[in-house]
Design a protein around this ligand. Structure first.
Ligand code: C2E
Ligand code: MG
Ligand code: MG
Ligand code: MG
Length: 279
């Protein structure tokens, strides 16, 4: 009772529960790492062109926890970024993605698909990152030009010079580079011009308010115009309605990703989605 204000939170049962959960997850992930990431799974969300044809896919990680069910990456990625496990998990994601590309290369319906993976700041800053990707491409035999790396502005601005070097090395390998959540970060034109990107992803916040807020429409128009000037492709994420898609198409957006087309799917469901599209 005599302890100060600062310790009050230790007795807040909700906070206590939250901390315990986080610790438990962390322990579980350590154990799982020993098992070879058996509880981790990639989900796939289609990116479609203006005709609705799937051109590309984003891999999104899920943790199938035996007791807690599916754990969102929003919950466990920040945790493993702090404790360093992101490096091993990140490599697992890329290896898994490349193996999937190789499977898709064998079927005419999937051979054209490019596959995007998310990479966090810690991975981009890891001096062995490029060598490790080179090794994975070599081991799996996946075509590098079908692999796309999604970065965020915050992971680049931490150390712009180093990030540019790494990005150039990845481009030299043949990979595509996409700037995720674009418009929410720093977006300084002067450094954007220097980044060897192939694509910008319009953040879902702007897509959400596209039809209701003039500001968002103006931002989307600016991003698309900027992308065209810099010769970058544009993907809109978080497309949930036909209205949003049509509005984006009117502005010249070429690729769309969002619940309106499909949620992220297991690989089996994704392949069903492709077949349904054909029917
Ligand atoms: P992100 O890369 O920006 O991925 C887009 C997120 O938006 C995904 O959430 C996706 O499920 C969600 N989304 C897609 N379409 C819609 C829509 O129409 N409406 C709404 N409301 N949401 C939509 P998810 O799968 O929960 O992933 C969250 C974030 O976790 C990702 O954001 C990414 O930053 C991170 N993440 C996911 N997988 C990985 C990974 O393998 N490695 C790393 N480092 N981060 C990952
Ligand atoms: Mg992404
Ligand atoms: Mg995003
Ligand atoms: Mg996001």
């Amino acid at each position: 009772k005599q302890s100060g204000r600062n310790t009050a939170c230790y007795f807040d049962p909700e906070m206590q529960q939250h901390i315990e959960n986080a610790l438990l997850l962390e322990e579980d992930l350590h154990r799982d790492q020993a098992l070879g990431f058996q509880q981790l799974e990639l989900y796939y969300q289609p990116q479609v062109d203006v005709f609705g044809k799937v051109q590309s896919v984003e891999a999104l990680i899920r943790w199938q926890h035996p007791v807690r069910g599916t754990v969102s990456p929003l919950e466990f990625i920040p945790m493993i970024e702090k404790n360093g496990q992101i490096l091993a998990v990140g490599l697992w994601v890329i290896r898994q993605a490349c193996a999937q590309l190789l499977l898709w290369a064998q079927h005419p319906k999937t051979a054209h698909l490019t596959l995007a993976v998310n990479v966090s700041a810690k991975q981009l800053a890891d001096p062995s990152f490029v060598d490790q990707i080179t090794q994975i491409l070599y081991d799996t035999g996946a075509r590098p030009e079908l692999l796309k790396i999604e970065l965020t502005e915050s992971s680049v601005v931490e150390n712009v010079e180093q990030a540019i070097k790494t990005m150039q090395a990845l481009r030299a390998l043949g990979l595509e580079l996409s700037m995720d959540d674009f418009g929410t970060g720093y977006s300084s034109l002067s450094y954007l011009k220097r980044l060897p990107l192939s694509q910008l992803k319009i953040d879902q916040a702007f897509v959400r308010d596209l039809e209701s807020q003039a500001d968002s429409l103006a931002i989307v128009q600016t991003i698309i115009a900027m992308a065209k000037t810099l010769k970058l492709k544009v993907v809109a994420e978080g497309v949930e309605t036909l209205g949003q898609k049509e509005c984006l198409a009117m502005q010249g957006c070429e690729l769309y990703q969002g619940f309106y087309f499909s949620r992220p799917l297991t690989v089996a469901d994704f392949e069903l989605y492709l077949n349904v599209q054909d029917a």
